[in-house]
Design a protein around this ligand. Structure first.
Ligand code: TRP
Length: 395
């Protein structure tokens, strides 16, 4: 099967990315023909205003990929914007894609909905940033006293976190009623490019006649749209494209250090680029069962993110059972429990850290991988484009 997938270069990879997507990619490259690319054009659909970090993020994503086991001998690894044929196919697809298909796309609908709500809210409220954050703080596990001491730049960070949480639909619309959020942050994505996001994604996949697309669940509507575009194209101009299917995997849930979904914007992520010291600090600050206040209080492992990490990283299952019992009985305190978990987590992370060092020593390799990968990708992409132009009777 030919497999195609991509990822936006939005920052360092964390445990959630690994268990959610990358681990699966690494496995697939042994069994299939695989194309994996850095979707830098897609990154521009939301982050076009500030591109100063883009180049660095693209390189760092590739370094993360190599660290985690993607192998240029097995997979074609490249950067989307270096294969211009994606853009040509995107243009042609845009001619045959009804606007209504895109307006029904859940990501777009959410954005539109938030825009309308924000317009409402902006008319009703005139509070400042501090009020926005204060409301937001009620929803996340910080103490209000902590917040009172925050400095302005931290407030900015929090406002940003808030806005991305809002964007991902993780904030109840009802709550928004009480807030005043900057409209500007939302109008930024009310663009032609953002609307066309899934059309570009369809081009990314179909240009290689991809049959399998390993992605997270959130991408299912985009894959469905890809199938629809393929079907419409084939119907209009002849059978050229397969209808690709999404390849989902059962992924273990890795919560962030505060128990919520792991996300850069929540400041609760453990990154592969973290040092041993940084990981330790994060683990020792992890949230546990809020009812277990003192060492000897009985705890509830099924509610505790530290215990979920034990299940992933503590190798010996009898040890895990022991921890479960001792937590429930109150014999095991959270500090000791975290120390034990850290051992397993470090055993997992360490080999990756060593590999990263090796890769970073040979930074030139990354550019070579990009060059070689892009040129291989282009070979296939330009073949498909010849067929497409021919089928559409272009000059
Ligand atoms: N939209 C995907 C994401 O945000 C990234 C992506 C772009 C992609 N093009 C793709 C994924 C093609 C699979 C296939 O994760």
């Amino acid at each position: 099967m030919r497999i195609v997938s991509g990822m936006r270069p939005t920052g360092k990879l964390h445990l959630g990315h690994y268990f959610g997507v990358i681990k699966n990619w690494v496995k697939l490259q042994d069994e299939h023909e695989t194309f994996f690319f850095v979707a830098d054009w897609h990154a521009l659909t939301t982050a076009y205003k500030k591109t100063s970090d883009l180049k660095r993020n693209i390189r760092e994503l590739m370094i993360d990929w190599l660290t985690l086991g993607l192998d240029p001998q097995k997979s074609i690894l490249f950067v989307q914007s270096r294969v211009k044929e994606h853009a040509e196919l995107h243009l042609l697809f845009s001619m045959i894609t009804p606007k209504s298909w895109l307006e029904w796309n859940p990501t777009y609908k959410d954005m539109k909905y938030n825009l309308l709500r924000l317009q409402d809210i902006a008319l009703q409220f005139k509070g400042g940033l501090r009020d926005v954050v204060r409301e937001f703080m009620n929803m996340i596990p910080y103490k209000v006293e902590d917040f009172e001491r925050f400095e302005e730049h931290l407030l900015d960070d929090l406002a940003e976190t808030f806005i991305s949480a809002l964007f991902e639909g993780e904030i109840e619309p009802e709550l928004l009623k009480n807030l005043n959020v900057s409209k500007r942050d939302f109008y930024e994505t009310d663009t032609y490019g953002f609307l066309g996001y899934p059309v570009l994604q369809a081009a990314d996949i179909l240009i290689y006649k991809g049959q399998g697309v390993p992605v997270g669940e959130d991408q299912l509507p985009h894959i469905e749209l890809t199938r629809e575009i393929a079907r419409r194209f084939n119907h209009l101009y002849g059978e050229i494209f397969p209808e690709p299917e999404a390849l989902l995997t059962e992924t273990p849930k890795v919560p962030g250090t505060d128990g919520r979904k792991m996300s850069k914007s929540y400041n609760n992520a453990i990154f592969f680029a973290d040092t041993e010291e940084e990981v330790k600090t994060k683990v020792m600050k992890m949230f546990t069962d809020p009812q277990k206040l003192r060492r000897n209080d009985p705890g509830r492992p099924d509610l505790c993110p530290v215990f979920m990490y034990h299940k992933l990283f503590t190798k010996d299952s009898s040890k895990i059972e022991q921890i479960d019992r001792d937590c429930r009985s109150g014999k095991l305190g959270c500090v000791d429990c975290k120390r034990m978990m850290l051992e397993g987590l470090e055993a997992f992370l360490k080999p990756f850290r060593e590999k990263r060092e090796e890769i970073e020593e040979n930074v030139r390799d990354v550019e070579e991988i990009f060059l070689e990968g892009s040129s291989k990708a282009r070979e296939l992409a330009s073949k498909t484009m010849e067929e497409v132009r021919e089928a559409m009777n272009l000059g």
